[in-house]
Write a protein that binds this ligand. Sequence first.
Ligand SMILES: N[C@@H](CCC(=O)N[C@@H](CS)C(=O)NCC(=O)O)C(=O)O
Length: 235
Amino acid sequence: MSYDLWYWPSIQGRGEFVRLALEAAGVDYRDRARTDGVEALTEDMGSRGGIRPYAPPYVVDGDLAVAQTAHILAWLGERRGFAADDERGNLELIELQLTISDVVAEAHDTHHPLTVSEPYEDQKDAAPRKAEGFREQRMPKYFTYFEDALSAKDGPFVRGDRWSHVDTSLFQLVEGLRYAFPKRMATIEGDYPKLIACHDAVAELDAIAAYLASDRRIAFNEDGIFRHYPELDGA
Ligand SMILES: N[C@@H](CCC(=O)N[C@@H](CS)C(=O)NCC(=O)O)C(=O)O
């Protein structure tokens, strides 16, 4: 069975969290806007009525279209075997995945501190203060939370030895923050050995290693969520 992923074709963005889980699980999917173009995405989204995706990413399976990154991952994880086996475990994974969504939104807001729709260049004056707060208070607080979650079981992943959608998302979070805030990450990441071990263990999964080396992995750039603006970074 093949799923259709719909997401902006030229950025990793939030779609990358879905791509990584699908790739790690070896699930067949079509990255539709990358094959059919961005117009096909806006057309598809516009053609859906009633309760429909508000924004990409969304995943389509037959007449089901599921949006919201954390929700997509929880849904696919339970269907495709990369969630937990019991209710408690899944509630914990969803809680962690939603917290990752919060960090992603805050990372986005460092370069869009005032409005979502205006470009960075029009918000440059406000961005350094937002980024400083993110770097100094929020990154350590979130990382401590994830470090604690990874300490609950033996093994590199949140569930121990088996990876889940939370682990692929933590991998992407570390990758994205290293790209956006290299100086800050160099200063603090040594304080979070379990988070980094989880990142490394995901990178070493055969399917992920193959994906990262492929042209399916889009490079980070300054149109995505994680953007490198040197003036927003600091040790
Ligand atoms: N909470 C949603 C946010 C989705 C979202 O903001 N998507 C962005 C791209 S990463 C978008 O295209 N937004 C258009 C809009 O909000 O109008 C999620 O986690 O999936």
